[in-house]
Design a protein around this ligand. Sequence first.
Ligand SMILES: C[S@@+](CC[C@H](N)C(=O)[O-])C[C@H]1O[C@@H](n2cnc3c(N)ncnc32)[C@H](O)[C@@H]1O
Length: 221
Amino acid sequence: MSKDAPFLTADHFAYIRAHTTREDGFLAELRAAAADSGIPAIWIAPEQGALMQVLLRLAAAREVVEVGTLAGISAIWMARALPVDGRVRTIELEPAHANFAESWIARSDVAGRIEVHRGDAREVLPRFADGSADAMFLDADKVGYATYLDHALRIVRPGGLILVDNALAFGQLLDPDVRDESVEAIRAINARIASESRLTGTLVPIGDGMWVAIRAADRQA
Ligand SMILES: C[S@@+](CC[C@H](N)C(=O)[O-])C[C@H]1O[C@@H](n2cnc3c(N)ncnc32)[C@H](O)[C@@H]1O
């Protein structure tokens, strides 16, 4: 192998997937029920859930905001990393997704730690106070990411975590022929996060790629 060749191959990624903390029986059952209900299988991978739990515990997070609930899988992974009085406020636009998520969250071990906020995140996020979250996870429509990141920089306290999913754009990131608006929005947010002075982070190549960033204090003028 030349020194320029990548060390990580598709086989390594498969190995990583096979050697991570696994989802429990409840999440496996939830996932199967979601698929049976026609909910698209676009939830986080277990290796992302495990990393998110590690990061939230390291940050001693109590308050988390999520944009994009879907079936509630990532919200449950995250809530399990919080203290008993912790809270995940998760925002969902589609009533069918919110209904499904609420019914399964109610049966979960973290029912008291998750609030589903229904509506468009563009309308819900402005209601959340500055500095009111220790962490925020962006995982909804990609064209909204620029707006959601503006809110994340306001809502997450200095020193808190900002996580952004699908940074590799469904495998289409590096294909110059793909110009659709979701992929372009992801290219734009990747460039912005990498150069944002209030963020220190890196794009972790698990799942479909996830930004892991710390929200620094604002620079003094
Ligand atoms: C990728 S899925 C979220 C997956 C979930 N975070 C998980 O890993 O378990 C994206 C979700 O965002 C929702 N969504 C799309 N646009 C939205 C918006 N403007 N406001 C709130 N939710 C939105 C979709 O309906 C969908 O349920």
